[in-house]
Design a protein around this ligand. Sequence first.
Ligand code: GMT
Length: 376
Amino acid sequence: MSLKIGISCYPTVGGSGVIATELGKLLAERGHEVHFITSSVPFRLDRVYPNIYYHEVEVNQYSVFQYPPYDLTLASKMAEVVKRQKLDIIHVHYAVPHAICAILAKQMVDHDVKIMTTLHGTDITVLGYDPSLKDIIKFGIEKSDLVTAVSDDLVQQTRELVSTDKPIETVYNFIDERVYMKREVADLKEHYRLQEDEKILIHISNFRPVKRVSDVIKSFAKISAKVKSKLLLIGNGPELAVARQLAKQLQVEEKVLFLGNQKHIAELLSMSDLMLLLSEKESFGLVALEAMACGVPVIGTRTGGIPEVVVDGETGYLCEIGDTDCVADKAISLLQDAASYEAFSLRGIERVKTIFHSRIIVSRYEKLYQQILLNE
Ligand code: GMT
């Protein structure tokens, strides 16, 4: 049965925006009518797609208000789209503010739209500790018709933080395997002057303190003392200046390439040998999945959902938060052992195909949509 599905997310760079957009694209390919209700065109929606409609939430700054009313404008836009398009479901990404906006929108219309909320971590792990928001997060979760989270760990954390009995289903993230695969990138390597005998490490994030980019630099300094290597840093954010300063201090600045935000991640991963994801909190770690899909093993921290993505000793390694000696030791041994490197790389590709394949995950979401609609 083809459905009319509204999707709201933060459309800018970020894992939740990527997942929301890729899900919308794949649902549209399966014949559903998808309506993005967002403040700008989601950055992955980069061409015209049949079955996809975009409704802009125009947030105006009025001189009388200190803050632009994003939440209320979004709720009104949701109500307008639900009413006009007769949506079956609004699938929101984040409990706060998006689930709250959907609940409000539902009250504004005379049409029984269902609300599905997907938790991505940031709202729960960051906002959940802010007592003033705890109750509204709980409200958003409990008033949704169905709630999913991107890892078992996030389900657990949400339960503990907001003390709710509401069933929360784990639905893992996925990648578009037509994009994330190992590619031929000899020209690109040449462009960046990367040499054949150099190992390439990569870190991709929004450089928030939670990503512990300093640990990435510290680990890399230890690795590069033993293995001829370079580090690619992809992304932008508040810790970028700190990372630059530390690279200088540890005398590895010549070996670190700061490439800023990039669109063609699969190409950059295809020239890389190892990913470092050393976050303090990470409900899933979509970049780790993208890396594995391109045959790049990952060294991650044993935190949040990372251990559900990266299998220690099989598709990468896990180290405790802040243990840069562990990261360096594991990286050096893996990079120096070609046979075991190859096995890690292949197992990563296989794991993505069997557990995180878009076909499996999108079908799971479709089944959950049907389930909500049948529960009427
Ligand atoms: O990692 C971020 O800071 C961005 C954030 C987001 O909301 O886009 O990412 C969260 O959602 C991603 C997609 O589900 C997950 O892969 C990330 O692990 C999660 N980030 C955190 O939990 C810190």
